[in-house]
Design a protein around this ligand. Sequence first.
Ligand code: ADP
Length: 163
Amino acid sequence: MRKAIYPGSFDPMTYGHLDIIQRAAKIFDELTVSVLNNKLKTPLFSVEERVKILQKAVADMPNVKVESFSGLLVDYAKSRDVPVVIRGLRAITDFEYELQNAQTNAKLSRGELDTMFLTTSLEYAYLSSSSVKEIASFNGDISMCVPDFVAELVYQKYGFLKK
Ligand code: ADP
């Protein structure tokens, strides 16, 4: 069985993430979307909230499950017996950081964990969780960035009603 993990902050999940999830789910038999519990970042949504959002978004994808994890990705992947990590690439600016991470993980896992990159679909190339938060914090329109139910939750966080 071909298994992969798609790790990230997903704070919040955007259409860009969803696009990568849908495409990776076609390539692998089982895809685990894993929310990183990163104590260094101050997120807008708690890990539990982010997991719930993703679970709702992938409810109609039978081979996709959602989990959270903390600690090293290589240890987490090994504990789940998963040899492949999926990451999305938007632009050349993502590349340097992602390449370094992929090589570090390959080294740490002694070659057992590979990283597979899916390039963003063009319509989502501009999208990031940070820009969604910035726009929403000024009560701007994020309907082209995230599903309606996510937009509602984001506006609530900033004390606005859904636009
Ligand atoms: P992280 O904090 O781990 O970078 P993110 O939630 O920002 O987590 O992103 C998770 C993964 O999804 C990363 O590989 C990122 O490059 C990718 N990603 C984010 N936004 C998009 C997008 N619009 N299109 C394609 N991939 C994306």
